[in-house]
Design a protein around this ligand. Structure first.
Ligand SMILES: [Cu+2]
Length: 344
């Protein structure tokens, strides 16, 4: 069954739309009855964020210039990128070495409908796989370079300087990085071979979550990595995405149960833009900068993030409905970085 956002609004507001979501297999498991519907239907928005991408081309005229139309996923995407935004479950502390494979392959990613970018992909994906460990665990991360030029993995956080990922790994080469996970928080990893702006804008980054020994409260967890693509080579970003595909979370909103704790790990891996932000509509959140503290630094509805800066946020959505999120830099929001969280 094919479901588009404008269909969702057409069927009597969000209650009807969520019924359809369930029918389409997107439900998180709760069966909704008539009493579960919101008191009033949500107003339709003037955001044609689901313009059928198959009908859009760069020369398609005014329709193609409608908000978001050119910054949508290709029509064939079917919402199967959960591994890029749902982190692995937290595991108890282990004295065993945790092993990860971040080998690099070259591939092509359709970052927005019809816009194909050649990328270097850690573990075959952009962003790379989410690494998760408990503070103090030993990590062993392997990079086999299957790409045509040299790459590396540099990890943020604290570790032995000999494991800092500054050495180039030549084509066909292998490198193993071993260090202790820490400190608690959210730390990016990325290629550090110059010009590394080019390597990063071609997809060479990912998130590493380091959990405290005493687990944080149970929550619905997501990772959102803000990424840009310079599709015309002019040194500026042309397409902005959360986790690699423009408009993905417009078409496939994150879904959470109403009233339950949500935790999002945010990361800004943009090159070329000096600052970006994450703004949540209709709800405020606790902000833990870099995720390194167990108590929040601030309570707000927006957090600014410089390059490679990250944050952990926690909130609950008290009402059934759709909550927009986006960078407050409008050119980013309008070029692919708009998304939704639906509380069911
Ligand atoms: Cu690289």
């Amino acid at each position: 069954m094919s479901l588009r956002r404008r269909d969702l609004f057409r069927f009597g507001g969000l209650g009807g739309g969520i019924g359809l979501i369930g029918a389409a297999g997107w439900s998180i498991g709760k069966v909704l009855g008539p009493k579960d519907r919101p008191a009033a239907a949500l107003p339709a928005l003037d955001l044609d964020c689901t313009t059928d991408p198959a009908t859009v081309s760069a020369s398609a005229g005014p329709a193609a210039d409608r908000y978001g139309a050119k910054f949508a996923p290709a029509a064939y995407y079917a919402g199967s990128r959960d591994n890029l935004h749902i982190p692995p479950a937290r595991a108890p502390f282990s004295s065993d070495v945790r092993e990860f494979d971040l080998s690099v392959v070259e591939t092509t990613l359709e970052v927005a409908v019809g816009q194909n970018v050649k990328v270097w992909a850690y573990g075959g994906s952009v962003p790379g796989p989410i690494i998760r460990a408990t503070v103090g665990e030993q990590l062993k991360i392997t990079l086999a370079n299957h790409a045509e030029i040299a790459h590396s993995i540099h990890f943020h956080g604290a570790h032995d300087v000999m494991q800092d990922g500054l050495e180039r790994v030549a084509t066909g080469g292998n490198q193993v990085y071993q260090f202790e996970a820490g400190p608690v928080g959210l730390h990016p990893y990325h290629c550090h071979v110059p010009p590394y702006a080019r390597h990063i804008t071609k997809g060479m980054y990912g998130a590493m979550i380091v959990d405290p020994r005493e687990p944080r409260p149970a929550a619905h967890e997501f990772v959102l990595c803000l990424c840009g693509f310079d599709t015309d080579g002019d040194g500026r970003n042309d397409v902005y995405t959360w986790n690699g595909l423009a408009g993905y979370y417009q078409r496939f909103p994150l879904k959470v149960p109403m009233g339950e704790l949500v935790r999002i790990y945010l990361m800004n891996m943009l090159e070329h833009d000096p600052v970006a932000s994450f703004h949540l509509h209709a709800q405020t959140f606790d902000l833990y900068r870099s995720g390194t503290s167990l108590t929040p630094h601030e309570h707000t509805d927006i957090v600014a993030l410089g390059p490679a800066e990250r944050a952990m946020i926690e909130f609950r959505l008290p009402r059934r409905g759709r909550y927009m999120f986006h960078p407050h830099q409008s050119h980013m929001a309008e070029r692919g970085a708009m998304g939704w969280i639906v509380a069911i």
